[in-house]
Design a protein around this ligand. Structure first.
Ligand code: AMP
Ligand code: MN
Ligand code: MN
Length: 327
């Protein structure tokens, strides 16, 4: 692992170079996209040439974010950069198709909060305690005196509120609230932003939830809850991949549930496994790493080859070993 860089080293690199590619993980969440847009807008204010790419482009539900039109899918033709920046991305491979579009970059910067991040890149800043990559970017911006206007603030707030489950998860600290307050002072309209983030879902997302709940099952006396989505179910509802972000929280919200799991059949013969834990003793990152994935102790994921039912039984078995379902 590269040694941890300082904000000063990263700040110097941002000031010194001209052409930037800002990237984040496939199947992006609010932290990935908000962080990309915040840093992209910040660098644009410094007069830099900035490309903001994600393998899945800008999701419809985040398209209202300030500067949203700057975030696109990568072009087919590779481009040259001075610096490529990976945000919120636990492994280099999870950057997806933009990797092919970055023909070359003299410097790779990796800023993230996943403990499983191996530290790829030349300048690395990983803070596994930070609840969101957006929080790290706020600290970088403040410590290096970089631009922070209301548009940048909105994106940082979106990143932090989505990755903390609206300031609820245990990694939300006093510092997180101080930063949120600072962002509100910079002009974030909390009511409007929260409505756009949490009260503007398409109706089909709730139809998807209804279908998922018919597959809900419990293991280990109710300590493990799961549901699953087949390609056929998704097609019938017309659900898009982004519709299911956050639906797993309905399982986590059940009293007595320690581990919640969501299985999603993918078109490439793999199953996307999403896991949440309510106890440090049930480390879902460790479980996902056994299946080639990663993430955080309390929120992790993996993509596992096999049929929906095969992967479901293998993964539930592995979870049951950890939470002692058989006891
Ligand atoms: P998700 O369940 O997709 O919301 O992901 C939960 C957490 O696990 C996020 O922080 C992801 O970055 C991480 N994660 C999800 N899938 C993978 C994977 N295949 N490899 C590594 N980390 C992952
Ligand atoms: Mn993320
Ligand atoms: Mn994150």
């Amino acid at each position: 692992m590269a040694t941890q860089s300082s904000f000063a080293e990263i700040g110097n690199a941002l000031r010194k170079h001209q052409r930037f590619a800002i990237l984040s993980h496939v199947r992006p969440d609010g932290d990935a996209l908000g962080s990309q847009l915040a840093l992209g807008l910040c660098l644009k204010q410094l007069g830099k040439e900035v490309k903001i790419w994600n393998g899945d482009g800008l999701l419809e539900k985040y398209s209202f974010l300030a500067g949203g039109s700057l975030l696109t899918e990568p072009p087919g033709q590779p481009e040259e950069f001075d610096v490529a920046i990976a945000l919120d991305t636990a492994t280099y491979e999870r950057l997806g198709t933009p990797l092919k579009a970055v023909h070359s970059a003299t410097l790779w910067i990796n800023i993230d909060h996943h403990p499983s991040n191996p530290g790829y890149g030349d300048l690395v800043y990983i803070d596994p305690i930070a609840p969101a990559t957006g929080q790290i970017l706020f600290e970088l911006i403040r410590s290096e005196n970089l631009p922070l206007d209301s548009d940048i603030a909105e994106n940082l707030f979106a990143a932090i509120t989505t990755d903390t489950g609206s300031f609820q998860y245990p990694n939300t600290t006093a510092r997180t609230f101080e930063i949120a307050a600072e962002l509100v002072r910079c002009g974030v309209d909390v009511g409007r932003l929260s409505q756009q983030l949490y009260e503007s879902y398409p109706r089909r997302r709730v139809e998807l939830l209804r279908a998922l709940l018919t597959t809900m099952r419990f293991e280990g006396g109710g300590r493990v809850a799961s549901f699953k989505l087949s390609l056929a179910m998704a097609a019938k509802i017309g659900a898009t991949p982004e519709d299911n972000e956050g639906l797993i929280d309905h399982l986590r919200a059940i009293k007595g549930v320690i581990v919640a799991v969501f299985f999603e059949e993918l078109a490439d013969g793999k199953v996307r496994v999403s896991m949440r834990s309510k106890s440090e003793a049930a480390d879902v990152c460790a479980i996902c790493q056994r299946f080639g994935g990663g993430g955080h102790k309390l929120a992790a994921g993996a993509r596992v080859r096999g049929s929906l039912t095969e992967v479901e039984s293998q993964v539930l078995e592995a979870i049951c070993d950890v939470v002692n379902c058989h006891a």
